[in-house]
Design a protein around this ligand. Structure first.
Ligand code: SAM
Length: 229
């Protein structure tokens, strides 16, 4: 697709996509990926309406997760948590949204997998432990969320979500831990990367995929030396 056509599509989608998806997500839905069907409660992030959750799932699919401790930070419907638990990981799923936490619990019961569901603002109420893998599909639009469901999109006007995340996360990681974060070109990757580096994280892009007219990236974030992309 030509660059100008791609830019037109991007412009149209940036105007239409968010309101349309909010409307679609205002009703309870279901979604099926890798033979896992999850319920998505009204107001909870829909894991197949966008590419981000599937991109992370593709990464999880390639990993040996048996007995690894995995946290899905901001788990939404919990699709990734259910998938990781089915692969033998010891899974914690957290979310700031009470509805999302209830949603993850319901999907865990439905699939008969054990997931520790914790309502928490990032790591604030997560009992201290080291996680082998931290999975993050973050909100990234710079605006304050004004209700529970907007936490899926907005990270605060000054990227407060990321400031707090990088401040808290190191305590939950040892030398072997890694966080995998999905981002799209639609967000300010430079600011997020610089916040990570300021907090002493190693930051590396590990996968890149174009979905329709948008580039998506997976970043590996590790405690340790600063590493430019
Ligand atoms: C883009 S959605 C991703 C949901 C799910 N991980 C997925 O990939 O389908 C972001 C999720 O992060 C949650 N969230 C936003 N801010 C949070 C915070 N400060 N602490 C915990 N969860 C948060 C939202 O409620 C939302 O469920």
């Amino acid at each position: 697709m030509g660059k100008w056509r791609r830019n037109i599509f991007k412009r149209i989608s940036s105007i239409l996509l968010l309101p349309l998806s909010k409307w679609y997500m205002s009703t309870e839905r279901t979604a099926t990926v890798e033979a896992i069907t999850v319920t998505i409660k009204a107001g909870v992030f829909h894991p197949t309406l966008f590419f981000s959750t599937k991109f992370l799932l593709g990464w999880l699919k390639k990993q040996a997760l048996q007995n690894l401790s995995v946290i899905e930070l901001g788990a939404g419907s919990g699709l990734l948590s259910v998938y990781a638990a089915k692969k033998g990981a010891i899974v914690t799923a957290s979310d700031i949204s009470e509805t999302a936490c209830a949603n993850v619990q319901e999907n865990a019961w439905k699939h008969d997998v054990k997931i520790a569901v914790i309502r928490s603002d990032l790591f604030t109420d997560i009992p201290w432990q080291y996680f082998d893998v931290i999975i993050i599909n973050p909100p990234y639009y710079p605006k304050m969320p004004s209700n529970e469901s907007e936490y899926a999109w907005f990270c605060g006007e000054d990227f407060e979500y990321f400031q707090k995340l990088f401040f808290q996360m190191k305590r939950f990681m040892n030398a072997a831990s890694k966080a995998i974060m999905v981002l799209s070109e639609d967000c300010n990757i430079a600011i997020i990367q610089s916040l990570a580096i300021q907090h002493g994280f190693y930051w590396q892009m590990i996968e890149q995929k174009r979905m329709l007219f948008e580039e998506n990236y997976l970043f590996e974030i590790k405690p340790g030396n600063v590493h430019e992309q």
